[in-house]
Design a binder for this molecule. Sequence first.
Ligand code: GCU
Length: 129
Amino acid sequence: SAARYEAEDGSYSAGGTVDTDHTGYSGTGFVNSANAAGAYVQWTVNAAQAGTADITLGYANGTTADRPMDLTVNGAAVPAGTSFGGTGSWNTWHTAVVAVPLRAGANTIRATATTAAGCPNLDYLDGPA
Ligand code: GCU
């Protein structure tokens, strides 16, 4: 099974908070980033081997506007401008699967908001087994 990395166990940019005021999250909460372009959540994700692997991000966006984020792995954009559209409510969590190039061992994966609304609420990142 995939290794789960809770957003609340990662790191996040100033103004972000770990919140529990919406239901259905995994772990002990979720990260509510600042509503600002450049807000981010970052995880350290282990991979047994180098190569392209799917990661899955759990998120909620209770608005009707996309909250796109640029994903970087070890500093490289992979890919930019990934869409995180409205999920219907802040209690409704969807997943986004993105194929990313990983190296063996620890990888730094960052999701950075590209609009003034900031990130969607971020619950977890599932990495490779
Ligand atoms: C609401 C919601 C938060 C969310 C925020 C936002 O305040 O309760 O969980 O992060 O909207 O728009 O980002």
